[in-house]
Write a protein of this length. Structure first.
Length: 358
């Protein structure tokens, strides 16, 4: 019975989040992506409210004894199987009815055919819902995994587990706080919804991003000195500063092109029609936000306190394998979009991701 319920747990949570996303109060904002007519898409955002209500309901269910605090940990493999299959079916349901984009079905299935699906009159946007369910279930996993560690070790629990949990929670809360800015990122305005985005948010995001905890919550306190944990926190915060700073500077520039950000007055190059930022975070490298994501993952991998274990390092390795090829594709896309202006930008900002290195 636990196996069956564990299998359907993520699907039930995703359905709950869909309903909450649709019925709870939200604010309408205009995004960066456009529809087929060229009009900017509108989005209804209520991520924080959905997150708080879902976590409150989860805690309530556990508190009254209907479900164990460690449920998601003990059923993690069954839940992963359920999310895996649901993610596949969801991706197929969006791809199969849509017109072909690529010559190969596999390419269409992986990258998607539909650009910006929205449901219930736009009350639920597919991409934003996908990121929301991934973020919320990720947080529920964090709570369950920490509960399991506490049941094992009590007062002897490892501070690294708490720190990793806090950093992952910060990661989720940061996304929800800057939900509108996410509308101006590559995933939202450039990618279609297929296996990569659909299955990625349904199965990969909420399960893989906790891999550092998966591999260490059953282990005892490694007894590292406070300086070690401080180092991991500082690496994470440095990464967050680069990632959040870069994305927010770009957002401010797109919304308010003449407004200073953190005291940085925007400097640009232009061909008369298009503009590119060449200072601040975007003067350090062309994808400084990618470096930030990698450093955040590195801080989390270190924080659990077992730097010689391979498992936690799969998280930052994933970002390296994802973002370095994406940088190449993004640069090609920008070269087509901006033409000679992009060549000028390469002279101004020669480094791809890591300043003075790459």
């Amino acid at each position: 019975m636990d196996e069956i319920l564990g299998f359907f747990t993520p699907i039930i949570i995703y359905g709950l989040i869909f309903l909450l996303n649709a019925v709870l109060p939200g604010r309408w904002v205009v995004g960066y992506a456009s529809d087929a007519k060229g009009d900017k898409l509108k989005y209804r955002l209520n991520g924080w409210l959905v997150f708080l209500v879902t976590v409150f309901l989860w805690v309530g269910v556990c508190y009254v004894g209907w479900m164990d605090w460690t449920w998601l940990y003990h059923t993690r493999y069954y839940g992963l199987a359920g999310a895996f299959i649901f993610g596949m079916l969801f991706s197929l349901a969006l791809v199969l009815p849509a017109p072909k984009v690529k010559a190969s079905f596999l390419a269409d299935f992986f990258l998607g055919r539909v650009e910006n699906p929205q449901w219930w009159g736009g009350r639920v946007d597919a991409k934003m819902w996908l990121y929301l369910i991934g973020a919320v279930l990720l947080e529920l996993h964090v709570l369950s995994f920490v509960a399991y560690h506490c049941t094992l070790y009590g007062s002897e629990a490892s501070p690294g587990i708490y720190i990793a949990a806090a950093l992952l929670t910060f990661f989720v809360c940061d996304y929800l706080t800057f939900e509108e800015i996410h509308l101006y990122t590559y995933d939202l305005f450039a990618e279609r919804v297929g296996f990569k985005l659909g299955w990625g948010c349904i199965a990969f995001y909420p399960y893989f991003y906790t891999i550092a905890l998966w591999n260490t919550v059953y282990l005892p306190n490694p007894n590292w000195p406070p300086a070690y944990y401080l180092m991991s926190i500082l690496i994470f915060l440095l990464g967050w500063s680069l990632s959040r700073g870069a994305n927010t500077q770009k957002y401010f520039f797109k919304r308010y092109p003449n407004r200073a950000f953190l005291g940085i007055q925007p400097q640009t190059i232009t061909d008369g029609n298009k503009y590119l930022l060449v200072n601040g975070f975007w003067g350090l490298s062309r994808h400084i936000n990618y470096l930030g994501e990698i450093l955040m993952a590195t801080g989390i991998a270190l924080s659990v306190g077992y730097p010689t274990q391979i498992g936690p390092w799969l998280y930052p390795l994933y970002y390296v394998l994802l973002l370095f090829p994406r940088q190449v594709d993004d640069d090609k896309r920008c070269a087509q979009k901006y033409g000679l202006l992009w060549e000028e930008y390469l002279q101004k900002v020669p480094y791809r991701i890591i300043p003075y290195v790459y």
